[in-house]
Ligand binder design. Structure first.
Ligand SMILES: [Fe+2]
Length: 364
């Protein structure tokens, strides 16, 4: 099937008379050819891309680089190109071992034109099959690369959607937090500051990213339960009576109930329920002690109380920095978890918090 197709044959032969015989044979068969005088020259030629042969005729005995040394190199550079070894008469053993080493076939010198033609035709057919296989391989590889790229970009898209969802969740949480601040006029910016400080403490405590995320939601929404408390009690100037106090003390339970209706906020709901618990067990609503208190709630408790002390409330004016610091220290292990207080001071969050408070526009 390849009889009339013009091919390129690389002739690797040191003997001038053999070069001539082979050149004439190629001309008679209508093939192009190139001559290399030894293995080295042949390797250099194909390596440089100076010749792209369809088959290689490779002499075994040559100076500089003999055929058996050149064979593996040529096979590596041109894996689909068949190599036909040229052996001297009586050197069949070498021809056979060359085939074991990857040669396609061998010709005994001198060979008849028909024999050379037959061997070359078989070699060209072999090359075509090999090329088809290689092409198939390339296509498959390209498909794999394309597929990988598509998978990667869908991952990226998914990541973007996830980020957007998270942003939307946070926006929803902010909107909810604002509804509390509208109701409770003394708490302007309070939820956001509690979120910020809780997040800073959580990070300083090296909590996992998922916990920090839930901590932020819980901190932002810790007083969401105040939605269920009458305004007359929430904004009452002066002391509350026992019944009013009891009603106000319901807000962590109401808040946890509101949040637990959304699966995503379940972790945050547990923290909201415990944000008024105390280390000594005298808190509310459950009166749990130390390790019984939700871990995220212990952080929110400190942030919430600190912000309440540092800002003006219906029942008193804001305490100054030194007073707040003294209070927090005094309440370590009483109201607050000792490790939370320690991390708060160790990471300089006392100063950072007051700096942030001073920088707020309405306080300047
Ligand atoms: Fe609260």
């Amino acid at each position: 099937m390849n009889a009339y197709k013009k091919r390129i044959v690389l002739i690797v032969e040191d003997d001038a008379s053999m070069q001539k015989v082979l050149s004439i044979s190629m001309q008679k068969m209508g093939h192009n050819y190139k001559i290399a005088k030894n293995g080295r020259e042949a390797v250099d030629l194909v390596e440089a891309g100076d010749v792209a042969p369809d088959a290689i005729l490779l002499d075994i005995r040559m100076p500089v680089m003999p055929g058996l040394v050149a064979l593996p190199k040529l096979r590596t550079i041109l894996p689909t190109v068949p190599v036909i070894m040229l052996t001297a008469f009586g050197d069949l053993e070498t021809g056979l071992s060359a085939m074991k080493a990857g040669a396609f076939d061998y010709l005994v010198k001198p060979s008849s034109l028909d024999k050379i033609r037959d061997t070359l035709e078989k070699a060209f057919s072999y090359r075509e099959v090999m090329e088809m296989k290689a092409e198939e391989e390339r296509r498959r590889e390209q498909l794999r690369v394309d597929l990988e790229k598509r998978v990667e970009s869908s991952y990226e898209e998914l990541g973007n959607v996830y980020q957007q969802l998270k942003k939307m969740n946070m926006q929803t949480a902010y909107a909810l937090a604002e509804t509390i601040e509208v109701k409770d006029r003394y708490t302007q910016g309070h939820c956001e500051r509690v979120r910020w400080l809780s997040s800073q403490i959580g990070k300083a405590m090296q909590l996992p990213a998922d916990d920090i995320e839930q901590l932020e939601y819980a901190a932002l929404l810790h007083d969401i339960g105040k939605i269920g408390i009458p305004d007359s009690i929430l904004n009452k100037e002066g002391p509350l009576d026992e019944r009013e106090r009891e009603i106000i003390r319901m807000h962590p339970i109401i808040g946890a109930q509101i949040l637990s209706t959304v699966e995503f906020f379940e972790r945050a709901a547990a923290a909201v329920r415990h944000h008024h618990e105390r280390w000594d067990g005298k808190g509310y609503p459950d009166g749990v002690i130390s390790d019984g208190i939700d871990r995220l709630a212990r952080i929110i408790s400190l942030a919430d109380t600190l912000d309440a002390m540092a800002t003006t409330r219906p029942y008193r004016v804001a305490l100054d920095f030194a007073q707040v610091i003294a209070e927090i220290k005094a309440l370590r292990g009483v109201q607050f978890a000792p490790d939370v207080v320690d991390v708060f001071f160790a990471s300089g969050l006392d100063k950072a918090y007051f700096k942030k408070l001073e920088e707020e526009p309405h306080r300047a």
